[in-house]
Design a binder for this molecule. Structure first.
Ligand code: SF4
Length: 356
């Protein structure tokens, strides 16, 4: 028998999380807020997202202000959240939605928008427009695997879990409160049915949970072993002039970290660079000091960057033509006027320590 939506909603009414993008219990939320939060929460924790969400709304309070904003400012405001294609899609999507006069209310049309996949479409439809659907994210997959005691490992179990999840909201109360039901599932996954130590003793669905009965809750969902990420290597140069300006450049418009700002450096190869050779083709001729190594993990590879620092009295026109100059004080400013990705912030922070 599927677990009771009434029991879950009763628990949710008392124990829900107060998150800035949510509406009060029983009300549907602003679709702009729901959409923005769902895009930010992809691959990112709630704790990380909350300050970015406030900052983003302060700068772009409405969908229209976001649609009309400069792309560089959108990327700069996003900088630090990672997965920057999300920010580019967010901007394009805002323009499409503003053009059509608002978000569509149904899943098929939501899925046609840039950056909105099946899960995000379902989440917006349920939370903002009360469509009775169960959005299946990692939390809901985990709960479903446990409720039905599914031992097939992820990702192979995904289609089965998605099918079983559709049976969770079939009773009347879930159908009349689809927005609360979807968020109740998210909260159950975040607060009670957590990945490592599910608090089954506090769970409103304990009586209907097959994994609890079988004693397998803590080991579900099973996962296939992770593939080891390939390693890549690069070298970057932090050079500063007497006036306190740093030489930077913009990355190409396509590919990883497209259009974002970086320190001049090498490509990222699968083998370490010969640093003596690299110093000969550095962006300026100066005495270089090795500041250290920065490690960063992207979805598809791990990166190791060697950072060198150097000083010049002033940059020549030829050197500046390789990028552009920016005062150091602006680069790591909390106001995030410049779209510097996290990996480059790490390089800058390391380089700065060497200078001081
Ligand atoms: S009883 Fe335990 S495993 Fe089952 S849904 Fe609740 S918290 Fe998760």
């Amino acid at each position: 028998m599927p677990p009771s939506a009434r029991a879950l909603l009763r628990w949710y009414d008392q124990h829900h999380r107060n998150l800035p993008w949510r509406a009060p219990i029983g009300q549907t939320a602003d679709p702009y807020h729901v959409w923005l939060s769902e895009i930010m929460l992809q691959q990112t924790t709630v704790k990380t997202v909350v300050p970015y969400y406030y900052h983003f709304l302060e700068r772009f309070p409405t969908l229209t202000t976001l649609a009309h904003a400069d792309k560089d400012l959108v990327l700069a405001t996003w900088a630090g959240l990672g997965y920057y294609s999300r920010a580019r899609n967010l901007h394009t999507c805002a323009q499409v939605v503003a053009q059509r006069g608002g978000f569509p209310h149904d899943i098929p049309n939501l899925k046609t928008l840039p950056g909105i996949g099946p899960y995000t479409a379902a989440a917006i439809a349920a939370i903002a427009f009360s469509v009775p659907v169960v959005p299946v994210d990692g939390n809901v997959e985990r709960i479903t695997a446990r409720i039905f005691n599914i031992n097939t490992p992820l990702p192979n179990a995904r289609p089965l879990l998605a099918k079983l999840a559709t049976t969770l909201n079939t009773d009347h109360e879930a159908q009349t409160r689809p927005h609360d039901f979807a968020q109740a599932l998210f909260d159950l996954g975040a607060l009670i049915c957590s990945p490592r130590n599910p608090a089954c003793g506090l769970c409103p669905w304990q009586q209907n949970c097959a994994a609890y009965a079988a004693g397998t809750a803590a080991i579900l969902p099973k996962k296939l072993p992770k593939i080891v990420r390939p390693q890549r290597y690069g070298v970057h140069f932090l050079v500063i002039d007497k006036a306190g300006s740093v030489l930077l450049r913009r990355r190409p418009e396509n590919g990883l970290l497209a259009s974002m700002i970086e320190l001049p450096g090498t490509e990222w190869h699968s083998t370490p660079w010969n640093e003596n050779e690299i110093l000969k083709i550095s962006p300026v001729q100066t005495k270089w000091q090795r500041a250290g190594i920065v490690h960063h993990v992207f979805t598809h590879f791990s990166l190791e960057l060697v950072v060198y620092v150097g000083r010049v009295t002033r940059f020549s026109n030829q050197e500046v033509a390789k990028g552009f100059l920016l005062p150091f004080s602006q680069i790591l400013s909390q106001k995030r006027e410049v779209a510097i990705p996290s990996v480059m912030k790490k390089c800058l922070t390391l380089g700065l320590k060497t200078f001081t």
